[in-house]
Write a protein that binds this ligand. Structure first.
Ligand code: PRT
Ligand code: MG
Length: 215
């Protein structure tokens, strides 16, 4: 196989990765927001971009279907790091993983009481570890989206979700109680590809690295 394949998701990751791609001379020839193509050629004939769901990026890279990818720390922690190398924090798509609850819910006593806390989230592994480290017993309820609804209709006491502006929490009368961790997107590389094709992959990593916004 020749050429390098880079896996990206549409939306904020694609947009915020663009300046880095440009720095490496791999500007995509089409915009995935308007094109329905899933394989997009770039200005470099040896590099193509494949468009996948954000949560699928680690899977494509782990199996070598893509050599490189860009994925959120949230997605990588939930997926696990098997077969992946993470050489760079790209400092893009930044937000915070937070615990939030309905206005008026007494979170402080709920986590002290020794009772079980009902936690709704898409990020089951991150939530499990967070509460285990605090010695809080939790019932985890896996959701795939619209976590903000869960405390409002009595499905859960709290949610663990990503927050950037805080607008979504506010619109639903939820309050952030605790930061679980800061989130940004990482460059991920297939471990075998990094060894076997270092001469092609290293310069791309160097270009990305040189184009990062200062920490
Ligand atoms: O949207 P889709 O279902 O296809 O997949 P996805 O949601 O996984 O992808 P995408 O593109 O929305 O997110 C990709 C990555 O961006 C995530 O994995 C995060 O690492 C990162 N990111 C940064 C965010 C946010 N900021 C963010 N605010 N991902 C999601 N959100 C959501 C959040 O879940 C909440 O529903 O935005 C809402 C809150 O936003 P505020 O501004 O109202 O606080
Ligand atoms: Mg989304």
């Amino acid at each position: 196989m020749t050429g390098i394949t880079l896996a990206l998701s549409k939306g904020r990751i694609f947009e915020e990765t663009m300046p880095l791609l440009e720095a490496a001379g791999i500007r995509p020839l089409e915009d995935p927001e308007s094109s329905r193509k899933l394989i997009i050629a770039t200005e470099r004939p040896d590099v193509r971009v494949v468009i996948v769901r954000a949560t699928d990026v680690p899977t494509y890279v782990q199996h070598g279907a893509a050599d490189l990818g860009v994925a959120g720390r949230d997605v990588l922690l939930e997926h696990g790091g098997d077969g992946l190398v993470q050489p760079l924090d790209l400092r893009i798509a930044r937000c915070r993983m937070m615990v939030a609850c309905a206005e008026g819910f007494d979170y402080a006593s709920a986590v002290r009481s020794g009772a079980r806390l009902r936690v709704a989230t898409k990020y089951v592994s991150i939530a499990r570890e967070h509460f285990a480290a605090k010695g809080v017993h939790v019932d985890l309820i896996k959701l795939y989206g619209s976590m903000e609804l869960a405390p409002l209709v009595g499905l859960a006491d709290v949610i663990v979700d990503l927050v950037s502006t805080g607008g979504t929490l506010k619109a639903n009368k939820l309050v952030a109680m605790e930061e679980v961790m800061p989130i940004s997107s990482r460059l991920v590389v297939n471990r075998a590809a990094l060894k076997l094709r270092r001469t092609e992959i290293d310069p791309i990593i160097q270009c990305f690295s040189g184009a990062l916004t200062p920490a």
